[in-house]
Write a protein that binds this ligand. Sequence first.
Ligand code: IPM
Ligand code: MN
Length: 330
Amino acid sequence: MAHQIAVIGGDGIGPEVTAEALKVVRATGVDLAAKEFDLGGARYLRDGEILSDSTLDELRQFDAILLGAVGTPDVPPGVIERGLLLKMRFELDLYVNQRPFSGTAPGHAEPHDFVVIRENTEGPYVGEGGVLRKGTPNEVATQGSVNTRMGVERCVRYAFELAASRERKHITLVHKTNVLTFAGNLWERTFHEVAAEFPDVATAYNHVDAACIYFVQDPHRYDVIVTDNLFGDILTDLGGAVSGGIGLASSANLNPARTGPSMFEPVHGSAPDIAGQNKANPSAAILSAARMPAFPGERQSAERIRQACAEPVTGTTTSVGDTIADRVRD
Ligand code: IPM
Ligand code: MN
């Protein structure tokens, strides 16, 4: 039976890269029934729709959601990001954002291979806070970070389970426990309590600023990293930059409880500066699509796509898509 995929191309280069991703997955022989959802900045400017509750309910019925990118300079920052992308992450309870990085960092001879598990429904992304006396000299703005024991624990446990399944069985908590003492302490205690259930997994801790140095100078130390929403956002751009470029960085927004579809999207943004020019590298979207639910017999398709993307391809968006599609075709 065809897999039912909701496709949200979104803004900027988003629709260009999702088109190539669908092309490549189909070239492996996987049967996809894709339904396009016209959402994003352009749609918002046309009729005000960002993501209605009825559209959200429709999305719940799909096997997976493939997203290109959201955000456009024509709309104030945050409107589409919060109203569309974050609304899906929160409402569909996509509490794990899994971002793998393999490549050889600049100045290194050996490839690294690590995965960042980013908590995806809490932290500073929740939108806690507000503004008072806006536009006056006495303006006050607060923006809190919300961390729940349940939210931290389910993310940390997912990361430990992943680490236990990998060869190295190593996990690093990244936070800023020396400054963010309330949230950091909750993360640290939870991490150690869950660690007790996984005696075979070795643990480490890095402050997020130090982790930035290690990503560049010593990425081989990492196997699985678990971190909060905002640190994970920032670190995964750096992860892309040291692993062959952000054009290759894929991500999966997962609902591990499987109470609904998961969402697959490249780490990169909508890149409005190169939109519509057939210039964007579709590899990150292709690799993200390859991570959509693999059904029996289709794991090989995902592996074929990963191998096809491992050998660098350059060219236009469509020619890169065509080349990778040719490589995976049986
Ligand atoms: C990402 C993006 C989003 C984020 C933006 C577009 C809201 O940067 O997926 O990494 O901050 O999570
Ligand atoms: Mn980001």
